[in-house]
Design a protein around this ligand. Sequence first.
Ligand code: NI
Length: 176
Amino acid sequence: MIRPVLKMGDARLLQVAAPVTQFDTPELQALLQDLFDTMAALNGAGLAAPQIGVSLRVVIFGVGHNPRYPDAEQVPMTVLCNPVLTPLDDTMEDGWEGCLSVPGLRGLVPRHARLRYQGFTERGEPIDRKVSGFHARVVQHECDHLDGILYPQRIRDLRHFGYTDVLFPGAPIDDD
Ligand code: NI
């Protein structure tokens, strides 16, 4: 079911989400179905459970060919519960980000260029990956939602924050 996505200003986006304690349940499966339906309907690259008002440490992400990120490298479709992120070095990279909870805007955000992420699938199977570039960026953005952090809080220079259609004229128009 496609669910409404909470927008910046909603206090629920600022909460620290609770860990998943039971895997492979119908409730978790239903949550994931809603997350996938909602992300697909909005052409998102990722979505975190708190964005649909569920305060659990669950994120999904994945990019095949996405019109919102036409130049982005592909990222496998992933369900990640209770994630733990470990930067692999101190290198930071700036990149443009948007968020379904911050529609119509883009900002330039520094992220760790390389990191390891660990966590669990919805069935409780362990995930352990080392990634870089856009994949690493998406994971950091989504996992920030679990700690109540939206990307504008990470922008170092607010001159690099603005409306998508002004920053990137001619780019595909989206409601986000
Ligand atoms: Ni977001």
